[in-house]
Each structure stands twice: as C-alpha cells, then as structure tokens.
Write a protein that binds this ligand. Structure first.
Ligand SMILES: Cc1cc2nc3c(=O)[nH]c(=O)nc-3n(C[C@H](O)[C@H](O)[C@H](O)COP(=O)(O)OP(=O)(O)OC[C@H]3O[C@@H](n4cnc5c(N)ncnc54)[C@H](O)[C@@H]3O)c2cc1C
Length: 316
C-alpha cells in the first residue's frame, strides 16, 4: 500500500512538508479549516481591490527556499519588491496556490481530533471522521498550524511536546482601506516603531498589481492589537482609521474599510527547534513558531518535519 500522510494546515509550512514528501514518493492529504488556503500568505479580494492582509513580503536567504522562490519568479508567481524582499504576484497568496496544484486538499475542515487505530491515523472534525480516501490509514500526522492550535490536538493524541509552551505569538489587527483614486499617501511603505500603527503599505506599489484603485494595508502594533484583541472588527476599523489619518495626514475618506484580526500573527518567542517529531507515535508539528516570525522560517520548519517523518517512514 502507498504510504499516506495527513498534514493539518495549508500555510507555507504545511505546503513545504507536502512538497518534500511528494518528491520522495509519499502521498499527502492536506486539511485546512479555511476555504481560502495558504494561511497567513493571504490575499483578500473585494471587487477590484486586492489586499495582502497577512504577510507583506518574504526573504529567500537559505539555498532551498531561494531555489523555490527562483522557480516562483520564473513561473510569474513572485517578484522582487524592495531590497531583498519578494512578494507573491499578482497577490501574496499566489505562491501558495501554485504549491497546492496537484495536492489532495480538504478545505473548510477544522480538525478537532486525531485518532490512532490499527491501520493508522485518522482525522476528525466536530462532525466526526473526515470522509476522504486514506483517512484511518495515515502513516503519520504533521500539524502545520500555530503552536496554540497544535498543542491541544497533539496532547489529546498522546504526544507530549514541552517545547510548544515556549512559543509566543503577538496578535495583529489589520485594516484594509480602498480608495477610488490616490489617497495622497506620500510613501509606498511606512514602518513605525512607536504608537498604534506598525506598518502601512500601498498594495499598488508591489509588482504585478493593478494600479487603477488604491488599496492600503495598515497593521496595528502588537501592543495596540493586544489591547483591542477581543473587540469586534466593526469597533476596531474606525479606531484604526483614525490612527491612520493621524499618522499620515491622509484626510480622504475610503470607499471600503474592513478590519481583520490575526490572533496568531507574529512569533515573538520561537520554540527554538526546527520542528517537533515523535517517531514512535509518528506525529509531529511545524510552523513559523519553531524558528522565527517569517515565511522563510515556516518553510524551513515544514521541510525539517517532513525530513524527520520521511526518515521514520523509510523514505528519507
Ligand atoms: C499581519 C502579518 C504580517 C506578516 N508579515 C510578514 C512579513 O512581512 N514577512 C514574513 O516573512 N512573514 C510575515 N508574517 C508571518 C508569516 O505570514 C508567517 O510566518 C507564515 O506565513 C506562517 O506560515 P505557517 O505555515 O507556519 O502558518 P499559517 O500560514 O498560519 O498556516 C496555518 C494554517 O493552519 C490552518 N489551521 C489552523 N488550525 C487548524 C485546524 N484545527 N484544522 C485545520 N486547519 C487549521 C489555518 O487555517 C492556516 O491556513 C506576517 C504575518 C501576519 C499575520
């Protein structure tokens, strides 16, 4: 029988793991609670407006990730933005979408439990076992989700990974503003070390974007985001809009305003291990929280976990 592995999470860590295993002849099924796949490498489309409301850019410093980014560039899925920073084209979700091609994916599926039976692992939601081929016979399970979401799933499945507790995330409230014409923002990117706002970017300043409408992404600082963590998007949007106007002097009224909360946005303290893997259980975890608050770190963690799993499964 072909070896099959379940991967929970279709962010870059899960996708990196799936790619690594597929290259070694191991079939993966990926599960994600969201219907919009790719995790925090995200693009939201609203009519003709496009917002990269998660990761703003990525670096490609390690040889393996640089090779993948070179492939994305050759295929038109990524381009340089500034300095050594790249973005997905035409949106940040494009590279993840490309990596999903050919994979077996179950979207809109929040995994709530993992069970180990005589034939292997099975994956379940609150509604019961997921009806997909190979479920019940997975040789391993890879959790590619933020540590606070992986920890209870792993613990209930019998895995004891103390390193989960080391990982700390900052939240991030993100404001998306759409203007019919230029809003008069003087700079394409603004990074701020103090105050409510940490980052502002004009989406049109990125390569491959349609320049006709002005889409602006505003990210609140970790401190501001923590203070307003449990507020509603409707309450946060006007507050952040006021902070944006005060910080930039932009007085134009946006035609579109929406706020999005990333509860687990940016890793402040990583676990300090490339991944967590229990070879006896054949269960492990990966993600940015293992190494650093970066797309590239999540990729490296996903590959590290896949390598550990492949070695255990005899395909290393
Ligand atoms: C606002 C913001 C700005 C950022 N800016 C940058 C930047 O400029 N540069 C940079 O390098 N990085 C940046 N990052 C960080 C970067 O986005 C992450 O490090 C990286 O994308 C994490 O990938 P991941 O695969 O580890 O996790 P994720 O992308 O979070 O993927 C996890 C996936 O698991 C799914 N999931 C969770 N629980 C379950 C469950 N129970 N069942 C099924 N699916 C589940 C989620 O839906 C998600 O799709 C930013 C992040 C945010 C939020």
């Amino acid at each position: 029988m072909t070896v099959a592995v379940a991967i929970i999470g279709t962010g870059i860590a899960g996708l990196a793991a799936a790619r690594y295993l597929r290259e070694r002849g191991i079939a993966c099924t990926l599960f994600d609670k969201s219907r919009g796949l790719g995790g925090r490498m995200a693009t939201r489309r609203v009519d003709t407006l496009h917002f990269d409301h998660g990761a703003q850019f990525f670096t490609a410093r390690s040889a393996r990730f640089a090779a993948l980014v070179a492939q994305w560039r050759a295929d038109g899925q990524a381009a340089p933005w500034f300095d050594d920073r790249f973005v997905g084209t035409p949106g940040m979700s494009a590279p993840a979408r490309a990596m999903l091609a050919g994979e077996t994916v179950v979207g809109g599926c929040q995994v709530t439990a993992l069970h180990r039976g005589p034939q292997g692992w099975s994956v379940a939601t609150a509604a019961g076992p997921v009806d997909t081929p190979a479920n019940g016979a997975f040789a391993a399970v890879l959790l590619a989700v933020p540590a606070p979401q992986a920890r209870p799933l792993a613990a209930a499945a019998g895995a004891d990974f103390p390193d989960f507790a080391r990982a700390v995330y900052a939240p991030c409230w993100t404001l998306m503003l759409g203007f019919d014409a230029s809003c008069g923002l003087a700079q394409d990117r603004i990074r701020r070390d103090e105050g409510a706002i940490a980052w502002i970017a004009r989406n049109a300043s990125k390569p491959g974007r349609a320049p006709d409408r002005e889409a602006v992404v505003v990210q609140a600082s970790p401190a501001w985001s923590r203070t307003h963590l449990e507020a509603t998007p409707e309450a946060v949007a006007p507050l952040l809009l006021g902070e944006f106007a005060a910080a930039t002097g932009v007085a134009a009224a946006p035609g579109f305003v929406a706020a999005h909360r990333w509860r687990y946005a940016l890793v402040e303290t990583p676990a300090g291990q490339p991944c967590l893997w229990d070879p006896a259980l054949r269960l492990g975890a990966c993600g940015d929280w293992c190494l650093d608050a970066r797309v590239e770190a999540a990729f490296e963690s996903g590959e590290a976990l896949a390598a550990a799993a492949a070695a255990t499964l005899g395909s290393g």
